[in-house]
Design a protein around this ligand. Structure first.
Ligand code: SF4
Length: 596
């Protein structure tokens, strides 16, 4: 039998464009513009994320593999000519018709090729009748694929060095994506009844990077290969593994590496850790599920969200709060109250999403039992459009779309642009961290990694790590500063203009006057923002909500030989690094010796 040769592919583009295979609304390959800064026009940062799990899979098998990301139909069919034995298609539920077209094409033109389906699209109960395939990967993919090809399922996971977005635009100006991505595990133990992530993995967490050291090593590898020191952690509830997070902080501290993280975490674990820990860990943004003002989920019971968010933001941690519209208790009055409650929490960003009983969730079973599920084509099941269950008060599609859109608009008009909020949070956090650092030094307080508190110490050591962290916080505030001018120029109303002016004063007070480079970047952003505003208006005339960007496709090849070499290289690097570490005394040891 010939050697296996695997193609791992995303579904084909264009994306966010209504055609035979998919919808436009809710279907752009963008998280921020689609569901967080929606309706914020030119203030909405535009980023498209690569299909990261495909790279993780390819990195962890020895079969010769190609990852094809964001292909056009032509690129996909051309790639198929290269003689693959297996094709893995990753898709989500609303893209099922794209997966179907790809699979049918493979069956017709390359009948010997085995088709594997993966991603959240595999929850579709009658998938068998829609997309031809040979195998379904419904569990954690790395172990599944290794088992499929007869490889060692328990070998340690190699984390690839992955740049964040495929593209990045801010006020219409193209940026150079610098952030990176980490995928330390999948699933969540909390089991919220609507949550597909939790139910897909049977309410269990499956770690890919089980220890803090594993995560630290992945960060080091990424920093040395692509230079990133800021990471978005794609883990549904990162702080739910407390030992791992604590170990990560300890290792970063002893190696003087103040990495920065954007994370997802539920409120109950954030409260357990406390904000001082999060600041030391380098959390820049946190995504927290509020879900409903009723606080009827275990993770939110008894949480005072306003004070939690203020605590986080005043320490420099931006908050993206998420909530669900069209709970059963929502009628015209209560849904408006819910939206107002969320806006009143004053988070930097809000994700509003319509209640969605995805197959496999407890919510889906509950609604099925109550005979409330409606037939709605899978391509429409994306959470930004029509509900597919019978609601006690809302059963008109137009309402489902309208309330959601208006909620985003209201947040924008009441709270101003999300990027402006984020800038204010960064500046406040830097100021507070610097002030508290000085106070702690005066009072002789020292960080206790066990209690996660600053405590009185007889012989406090200098907190060199926190000095580096504060320097990093300053840099974050300086980097975001140029958006203040375009935020003012394109502000939607008087309140937002006032906020932008107050932010400029705050920055002047904390960081001094902007330098030449910052002023120049600000002016460029105003110019590009003006052009982008015209493009947005033109798109609206064509009936679209805004400008639709298409990510460029790319293919990455993973030859077998490379995997072995990469392993060897990373082992050598780890050994050299730990040998160096043992040979060179840490800063603390040196300063102790010096004192002595
Ligand atoms: S806490 Fe978040 S990730 Fe975990 S089950 Fe609930 S909604 Fe899902």
């Amino acid at each position: 039998m010939s050697q296996p040769k695997l193609l791992l592919t995303a579904v084909f583009g264009p994306y966010g464009v209504k055609n035979k295979y998919a919808e436009s609304l809710g279907m752009q390959m963008e998280l921020l513009n689609n569901q967080i800064t929606r309706m914020q026009g030119v203030h909405s940062p535009r980023q498209s994320y690569w299909t990261f799990p495909l790279y993780l899979l390819a990195e962890n098998i020895s079969v010769e593999t190609t990852v094809l990301d964001f292909p056009s139909w032509r690129e996909f069919t051309r790639e198929m000519e290269k003689g693959y034995t297996h094709v893995g298609i990753n898709f989500i539920v609303p893209n099922v018709l794209k997966a179907k077209r790809m699979a049918e094409y493979i069956r017709a033109k390359h009948p010997g090729v085995k088709i594997i389906l993966g991603g959240y699209g595999t929850i579709i109960p009658d998938l068998e009748n829609i997309v031809p395939h040979d195998s379904l990967c419904k569990s954690e993919g790395v172990r599944w694929l290794r088992a499929y090809f007869g490889e060692d399922t328990e070998a340690p996971v190699r984390h690839p060095a992955l740049h964040g977005p495929a593209y990045e635009y801010l006020y219409g100006a193209k940026g150079k994506p610098k952030g990176a991505i980490l995928m330390p595990g999948v699933g969540c133990e909390n089991g919220c009844k609507f949550c597909i992530t939790s139910h897909q993995f049977k309410k269990q967490y499956h770690p890919l990077l089980p220890t803090g050291k594993d995560i630290y090593n992945a960060c080091r590898k990424t920093e040395s290969e692509i230079g990133s020191r800021g990471f978005t952690i794609l883990d549904e509830n990162f702080l739910k593994q407390p030992r791992r997070a604590m170990e990560l902080l300890e290792i970063m501290t002893s190696n003087c590496r103040p990495y920065v993280f954007d994370i997802f975490s539920s409120a109950e674990v954030i409260k357990k850790f406390g904000v001082d820990f999060l600041v030391r860990l380098g959390v820049r943004m946190i995504w927290v599920g509020v879900e409903s003002k009723c606080n009827d989920h275990d993770k939110t019971r008894g949480v005072d969200f306003r004070s939690l968010f203020e605590d986080l933001q005043s320490h420099g941690i931006s908050v993206n709060a998420s909530t669900i519209l069209f709970h059963d208790h929502h009628d015209d009055k209560t849904i408006r109250e819910e939206i107002d409650y969320m806006i009143g929490l004053e988070s930097d960003f809000i994700q509003f999403m319509n209640y969605t009983p995805l197959p496999g969730t407890a919510l889906h079973s509950e609604m099925k039992e109550q005979n409330r599920l409606k037939k709605l084509a899978y391509r429409h099941q994306h959470g930004a459009g029509e509900l597919f269950f019978v609601h006690p008060h809302f059963n008109d599609r137009k309402d489902h779309v309208r309330y959601l859109r208006n909620a985003f608009r209201k947040k924008y008009l009441a709270g101003g642009p999300g990027v402006l909020n984020m800038a204010v949070t960064a500046a406040r956090g830097y100021r507070r961290a610097a002030k508290e650092f000085a106070e702690r030094e005066k009072m002789g307080l020292e960080w206790n990694p066990e209690t996660l508190r600053y405590e009185k110490s007889r012989d406090p050591r200098p907190d060199e790590f926190m000095k580096l962290r504060i320097r990093m916080m300053r840099r974050i505030a300086e980097n975001v500063r140029p958006i203040l001018l375009p935020a003012l120029v394109f502000a939607p109303n008087r309140a937002a203009r006032k906020k932008a002016r107050a932010a400029a004063r705050l920055f002047n007070e904390i960081l001094g006057k902007p330098n030449f480079k910052q002023r120049t970047v600000s002016i460029v952003l105003v110019l590009t923002g003006a052009i982008e505003t015209i493009r947005i208006l033109a798109s609206r005339l064509l009936g679209r909500e805004g400008v639709v960007h298409q990510p460029k496709s790319r293919s990455v090849r993973y030859p077998v030989r490379m995997a072995a070499e990469r392993d060897l290289l990373s082992e050598v690097r780890d050994r050299v690094s730990s040998a160096m570490h043992e040979m060179i005394p840490t800063y603390h040891e040196m300063s102790k010796e010096h004192k002595g």
